[in-house]
Design a protein around this ligand. Structure first.
Ligand code: URA
Length: 241
C-alpha cells in the first residue's frame, strides 16, 4: 500500500496495486490477494459520518450501525439465485421470482460484530447465526478463541463474517481460520471500516475471502485504532467505558 491522503474513504485511493473496478457504484479493487469492495452509496456514506462523530449518542450509534449493515448486505446479496414460482395476485395467476433457498449464515465476531447482526437479520431473517469470541493474549498479542459455535451445516452455507473494524486483521483472520477448520468454504468479511494493514493481513492469510467495507480509512495509530475511524466500536455500540 502507498500512503496517500485520506479522501473520506469513499473512493479507492490511488495505489499501485489497484487493478480492477467493478459495478458502477461500488468501488472494487484487488490488492495482491483478493477483492475489496468499498460501498460508496450516498446513504452508506452519510450514515458512516454519523457514527464517526464522537458526539453521536449510543442509541443513534447502535441504530445507524445496524442500518449500514443492512444496506451493505442488500448489495452483497445482489447475486443470490432466484427461482420462478406461481403466485395468485388479486387480479390473476402469474409467475414471479422467489429466492431459490441458498443457505446463508451470519457470524458476528464478539462483541462488536453483534451490532451489525440485527441489521443483517432484518434483511435475511432465515439465515442461521454462529458466534465467534476471541480475546487478545496480552503477552503474545495473538487472538485466542474463547467461544465458537457455528451452524452444524456450515460447510453448505455462504457465510457473512461480521467485524465492524478491520484494524490489524488478527481477529478477522483467526475467525476465518476457525470457520474454515469447521468446514466453512465461502466466506465474505463484512466490515464498516477497514485499515489497509488489516486488509493486507486478511488477504495474505485468506486470499479467497472477499472483503466488503463502507470505508477504507487511512492507517492504524500506535494504539491499534483506525485513523480517522470511529473509536472503539464495541464501547460505542454498548455504551461501555
Ligand atoms: N477496534 C475498534 O473498535 N476500533 C478501532 O479503531 C480498531 C479496532
Amino acid at each position: 500500500w502507498l500512503a496517500t491522503e485520506f479522501d473520506g474513504g469513499r473512493h479507492v485511493r490511488r495505489t499501485q496495486k489497484i487493478c480492477a473496478y467493478e459495478r458502477s457504484t461500488n468501488r472494487a479493487f484487488m490488492n495482491d490477494a483478493g477483492q475489496v469492495v468499498v460501498f460508496d452509496h450516498p446513504l452508506v456514506q452519510h450514515k458512516l459520518s454519523i457514527i464517526r462523530d464522537k458526539n453521536t449518542p449510543v442509541k443513534t450509534f447502535r441504530e445507524t450501525v445496524a442500518e449500514i449493515a443492512s444496506l451493505m448486505v442488500y448489495e452483497i446479496t445482489r447475486d443470490l439465485p432466484l427461482k420462478m414460482i406461481d403466485v395468485e395476485t388479486p387480479i390473476t395467476r402469474t409467475k414471479a421470482y422467489a429466492l431459490a433457498g441458498k443457505k446463508l449464515a451470519i457470524v458476528p465476531i464478539l462483541r462488536a460484530g453483534l451490532g451489525m447482526m440485527e441489521g443483517v437479520l432484518n434483511l435475511i431473517p432465515n439465515a442461521k447465526v454462529g458466534h465467534i469470541g476471541l480475546y487478545r493474549n496480552p503477552e503474545t498479542l495473538q487472538p485466542v478463541e474463547y467461544y465458537c459455535k457455528l451452524p452444524g451445516d456450515i460447510e453448505e452455507r455462504d457465510i457473512f463474517l461480521l467485524d465492524p473494524m478491520l484494524a490489524t486483521g488478527g481477529s478477522s483472520a483467526e475467525a476465518i481460520s476457525l470457520i474454515k477448520k469447521r468446514g466453512g468454504k465461502k466466506i465474505s468479511l463484512v466490515c464498516l471500516i477497514a485499515a489497509p494493514e488489516g486488509v493486507s493481513v486478511v488477504h495474505e492469510q485468506h486470499p479467497d475471502v472477499n472483503i466488503f467495507v463502507a470505508s477504507l480509512d487511512s492507517h492504524l495509530n500506535e494504539h491499534g485504532y483506525i485513523v480517522p475511524g470511529l473509536g472503539d466500536a464495541g464501547d460505542r455500540i454498548f455504551g461501555t467505558r
